[in-house]
Write a protein that binds this ligand. Structure first.
Ligand code: CO8
Length: 378
C-alpha cells in the first residue's frame, strides 16, 4: 500500500525493553552438554538397542559460525540452565496481576510514547503483534490499553516472524482509513517459554525482548525524530518448515500438550535456502514500485534470525556484499527475538540518518511471511 500525498502517516517514536538477564553461548552449551551426557547415560540401554537416539553435543563455535549469535537476553535465567528442568521458570500470575507480556509491553510502550511526545490521551488504538500471546483472551493489547489508560480499542494478532511488520501494516491501514488517529503497536516477544532447550538444533536461537512503535498522521506529529511511511508490502506463502503445533486443540486431541512438536521446530537449512530469495525479491519489487534502487536506501533494518541469511538476502538484492553500516546486526547479543528483531535494529540504528534518507524495515520467516515498510526520515 502506498500513501497518497494527502494522507501522510509517520512513525514518530520507538521503544525497546531489553531484559536485565542474559545467557552466553558458552553457558548455554555447558548446561546443554551436561544435560545430553546425563540423558545418554540414563538411557544407555535404549540407545544401545537403537530404541532411542543418542543426543549429540552442542558447540558454542558452531552456534556463532552458523548463526552469528553470541548471547541472548532472557526474561529469566532461572530454570533454563538447570539440567533437570531445561526451560525457564515463570510462576503463574493471578488474574488480578499484570500478565508477563503486558508488563514488558508497557515498559516498551512508555519509551515509545515518550520518544513521540505522546500521552495516553493522544492514542486511540493498541495493537499487540507477536509470535505468541500468552493467552487467547482478554487480549494482551486490551490489558496494555487499560494499564496505560488509553481510550479506544485494542487487539492481538499473530504473524510469527512478520508479526511486528504486519502489525505496523495494520496500524498504517487504520490511520489511512481514519479509523484511528494515533496507534501504539507493541511486540512483547516473550519466546523462551517455547524454546526446546533439550534440542541442540534449536536451543541457541532465541531470546526475549519487547518493542513498541507510535504511528500517527503527520499533522499531529511533534517528534524531533520521525519517518514518513512511503509504502508497505506483504507476502505469505504456506510452509511447515517452521512450525509450532501448540494450541487450544491439544486438550481435545488427547495428546501431550507439551510434546516436542508443540514447541518451536524447523528445518533451518531449507528455510535459509527458500526464504532468502523470496525476501530479496519482495524487497526488490517493493523498492522498484517506488522508483528506488537498493543503493538509494541508507539503512536496512532486517529480521534478525541469522547473520549469514541477512548477508545472503542483501547480496541477492544488491548483487554484491555491502557493509554492516547499511545492515546493522543485533543478533550477536539479542539472538532471534521472534518478530521484534527488525524493530530492535530500527530502534538502535536510526538516529544518525539525515532528513530525506530512505530506510527499509523487512521481516521474513515462518509462514512463510515477508513484511516490509519503506520509510523516509523527516
Ligand atoms: N552444535 C553443534 N552442531 C550442531 C548444533 C549445535 N548446537 N546444531 C546443529 N548442529 C549440527 C546439525 O545437527 C548438523 O549435523 P549433521 O550434518 O550431522 O546433520 C550440522 O550441525 C549442520 O546443521 P545445519 O545444516 O542445520 O546448520 P546450518 O548451517 O543450516 O545452521 C541454523 C542452522 C542456524 C538454524 C540455520 O539453518 C538458520 O538459521 N536458518 C534460518 C532459519 C530461520 O530463519 N528460521 C526462522 C526462525 S522463526 C523466527 O524467526 C520467528 C518466529 C518464531 C518465533 C519462535 C520463538 C520460540
Amino acid at each position: 500500500m502506498t500513501a497518497s500525498l494527502s494522507t501522510k502517516i509517520v512513525i514518530s517514536g520507538s521503544g525497546l525493553w531489553t531484559p536485565p538477564e542474559a545467557i552466553t553461548n558458552d553457558e548455554l552449551v555447558e548446561s546443554y552438554n551436561a544435560y545430553a551426557e546425563k540423558f545418554n547415560s540414563d538411557h544407555a540401554a535404549d540407545i544401545a538397542s537403537g530404541k532411542i537416539k543418542e543426543k549429540s553435543l552442542s558447540s558454542a563455535r558452531f552456534i556463532e559460525k552458523a548463526s552469528g549469535i553470541k548471547a541472548r537476553y532472557v526474561y529469566t535465567r532461572e530454570g533454563i540452565l538447570d539440567i533437570n528442568r531445561m526451560r525457564p521458570k515463570f510462576p503463574e500470575r493471578k488474574d488480578e496481576e499484570l500478565s508477563y507480556q503486558a508488563e514488558i509491553g508497557v515498559l516498551a510502550a512508555k519509551m515509545a510514547m515518550s520518544a513521540a511526545g505522546k500521552t495516553a490521551a493522544d492514542i486511540d488504538a493498541v495493537i499487540v503483534a507477536g509470535a505468541y500471546t500468552q493467552r487467547p483472551y482478554p487480549a494482551i493489547a486490551i490489558e496494555i490499553q487499560h494499564e496505560l489508560g488509553i481510550e479506544g480499542f485494542g487487539f492481538d494478532m499473530l504473524g510469527a516472524c512478520s508479526a511486528a511488520t504486519f502489525g505496523l501494516h495494520r496500524a498504517y491501514d487504520s490511520l489511512v482509513s481514519g479509523s484511528s488517529k494515533c496507534v501504539l503497536a507493541v511486540n512483547p516477544e516473550l519466546v523462551t517459554p517455547q524454546v526446546n532447550f533439550c534440542d541442540r538444533d534449536n536451543h541457541f536461537i532465541f531470546g526475549d525482548v519487547s518493542t513498541a512503535i507510535i504511528m500517527e498522521r503527520s499533522e499531529t506529529c511533534t517528534s524531533p525524530n520521525s519517518y514518513d511511511i512511503l509504502s508497505t508490502k506483504a507476502l505469505t506463502q504456506f510452509s511447515s518448515n517452521i512450525r509450532s503445533n501448540f494450541g487450544h486443540m491439544s486438550y481435545a486431541n488427547d495428546v501431550d500438550p507439551f510434546g516436542w512438536d508443540k514447541l518451536f521446530h524447523q528445518s533451518g537449512r531449507i528455510v535459509f535456502k527458500e526464504v532468502s530469495p523470496i525476501a530479496a525479491k519482495i524487497m526488490s519489487d517493493h523498492l522498484t514500485s517506488l522508483g528506488l534502487k537498493p543503493w538509494d536506501v541508507k539503512r536496512f533494518w532486517l529480521h534478525q534470525a541469522n547473520i549469514n541469511m541477512n548477508n545472503m538476502v542483501i547480496k541477492q538484492l544488491f548483487g554484491e556484499e555491502v557493509g554492516e553500516k547499511i545492515i546493522p546486526t543485533i543478533l550477536d547479543r539479542y539472538a532471534n527475538t521472534g518478530s521484534a528483531g527488525s524493530i530492535v535494529a530500527f530502534h538502535l540504528y536510526n538516529d544518525d540518518l539525515k532528513s530525506g534518507d530512505i530506510g527499509m524495515i523487512c521481516s521474513f520467516g515462518a509462514g512463510y511471511s515477508v513484511g516490509s515498510l519503506v520509510l523516509r526520515k523527516r
